[in-house]
Design a protein around this ligand. Structure first.
Ligand code: ZN
Length: 133
């Protein structure tokens, strides 16, 4: 059902500052930066091997990433699993008793189709399902 770890989402206060660690210390390459208005977030993509680190900076004090950092501080915010068919994956999760934050897929950074599972159903991990065509 899930085929790989598509990316790991990391909430940061300041994207430019955080990129120094990923680019200069770890030597990763910045693949692009995108603002996703709907999520009030600025996203940077750093591929590593077969997966990616996704850095998330809030563009709004009321955005979900700003709220996350207020509550828990900076850090790993979600893990995204790749799926082949997001609508089928959502239906499968619901049929297996997983509470979904998104019962329909929505636009994700990088042109993906995404849906979040509720952490109450996933041992406290915010899980993103992610389809890329
Ligand atoms: Zn993500």
């Amino acid at each position: 059902m899930v085929t790989k770890i598509d990316h790991i989402g990391v909430a940061v206060k300041n994207l430019e500052e955080s990129l120094k660690y990923y680019q200069e210390t770890l030597g990763l390459e910045l693949h692009g930066v995108e603002i996703v208005e709907e999520q009030k977030v600025k996203v940077a993509f750093l591929p590593i091997g077969d997966t990616e680190i996704e850095l998330l900076e809030s563009t709004d004090a009321e955005g979900p990433i700003a709220k996350y950092i207020d509550m828990k501080g900076e850090g790993v915010q979600h893990i995204a699993y790749r799926v082949d068919d997001i609508e089928k994956a959502i239906a499968d999760m619901l049929s297996r008793g997983v509470k979904m934050i998104d019962e329909k897929s929505r636009y994700g950074a990088g042109g993906a189709k995404i849906a979040f599972c509720h952490p109450k159903s996933t041992n406290g991990v915010l899980v993103e399902l992610c389809q890329r065509d």
